[in-house]
Ligand binder design. Sequence first.
Ligand code: SF4
Ligand code: SF4
Length: 267
Amino acid sequence: MSEFALCALCPRLCRPACPVVTGSHRTAAVPAMLAAALLEWERGNVSPEVAAQAATLCTDCGACEEWCHLHRPLPRLLREARAQLLPDPLVEALRPMEGEGDIVVVESDGRPMAEALSRRLGKPVRRWFTADKLGVAAVEHVDWALKAAAIRATLADAEMVVVADGGVARALEAAEVPFKWLHEVVPDLAEGLGSCATGGGDLPLACCGAGGPLHQHHPDEARRVGKAWLERASTHKVLDARCRNHLLACGGIEVTDPLDALLEEAG
Ligand code: SF4
Ligand code: SF4
């Protein structure tokens, strides 16, 4: 029996947990509907294009599995389907590291985190810039093993790797590289709502729409999810720079993260 069968027959029990459904109000995004579309694709009744549309209506937040009384691994099944349905994404080559020090700071959005953290800790840190979040779009694809090995080799002599962005965090997890969040290294900056990447996203704010394939393949839906998040959230302080940047693009005017706080105190 297909692994999608149980979810496809489910009376949509995890629907309230899915941020794409609650944010976009699209019936097609209900986890059970995604599973039904992929079951029909496996049976040859639905085209790969339609199946890919369904498999990408997801932020990979994991909320459905957590909510499910059977803990069905739907997020993993969707990842596996995407690996079959989508072409390998183009990712940039890893860039050289700059500076020196035992700590490596991975910068990803143009804000000078390495410089600010170095000043705060009173010691030199290395800066590693990535324009595509260390190629996170490729983590579900077969060539990821090569990229992961290159990331591990580049960071082999780092005493600590520091991140602020959920996409970078996801890439490091997939490369099996330990890391710390900026707000863990500087705990007095740890003020704000968590994300699916920081492990602190609570329903119905489990994901703001910035993560997973939704952002890339369904940008309009991702914006709807972000706007719904902004309306529901009790504060617009967030712990994850990926959420901060997405929510600002969704019209949030006072969304800040720990890196904003660090840069502000640095003047
Ligand atoms: S994850 Fe669980 S609750 Fe959600 S559709 Fe599948 S079986 Fe139903
Ligand atoms: S992983 Fe998250 S976004 Fe994807 S179907 Fe499950 S609840 Fe929805």
